[in-house]
Ligand binder design. Sequence first.
Ligand code: PEP
Ligand code: MN
Length: 339
Amino acid sequence: MERIWIAGPCAAESREQILTTAAQLVTSSQEAGIELNFFRAGAWKMRSAPGGFTGAGEEALPWLQEVQNTHHIPVCVEVMNAKQVELCAKHDIRTVWVGARTGVNPIEVQRIADAVKHSDFTVMVKNPIIPDLKLWMGNIDRFLQAGIQNVMAVHRGFTDAQENVYRNAPVWQLPIELKVQMPELPILCDPSHLSGNALWVSELAQVAMTYGFNGLMVECHCCPEQALSDQKQQITPKEWAVMIAKLDLRSGTTDMSLVKQRSILESIDNQLSELLYQRMVTADEIGRIKRQQHIAVVQPQQWQQVVKRYQKHTDDAEYQEFINKFLELLHQSSIKRQN
Ligand code: PEP
Ligand code: MN
């Protein structure tokens, strides 16, 4: 399977930052013997809170055009509306993506689809921030129905109510189900927005390859520590090339029913690890309050209720035995920490 590698900064900040990052990516990819298929950069940035860097806007498009002309690598940009599609076309940028925030607004997505109708644009559709597969597939369908030949999906994870180690919850079973339902559609992974942290990018990139994803979109910056947005998650072009060259590209099993169950198990393990850690932190806080108020650490009735919560799912004897052992361990550790 041919893989698609996309890399570039979160945002286009200056002509120099764009040209330097692109040149470093080209050199590093040549040294590592890999092909950079697209250079990415956001010209317009949607920020959660006011006051953040919202991108250089239209001014960035000539810088990106320069990358395209110098290195003969197509450039891709996020578009949030039809007007931005028009501006991209004007600067000969013919690959765009729909971001996760725009993805929750089908009216705007349809307007973007109308703007690229029957053109030679390549369109990538990121998953909407909410884990709604129908919405993601609906957005993809809008571009297929608009006659776009090259449509790809990008998995970048989902917003979660609680704070996790990863910035966005992977919920791997969703892109896997998309693959089952649309087997012809290339699906890429964006481990940068998934992880939110340069430390975890390569680990998630490898998970995506093992699941048989068709490529990666990775945020790379010539000076990550100086980035004006998504600073924590950007890696250098050199680190990017080393990471890509090291990936094990043999995808695991191709039996999709097994892949799907594995992805569900992986999500459960992610959640369990988050929850067990949060349980410990919360128990520590309870211990602190108890000490302050001189309340005994062990509260037998309270613990009986905890046990009941875990026993309600099934009366399978083997499972009950496991749960009792697990809870005993949890309880002992909780008491030990609170003391
Ligand atoms: C991006 O790729 O820069 C971006 C904003 O991504 P997302 O829409 O996935 O948050
Ligand atoms: Mn970003």
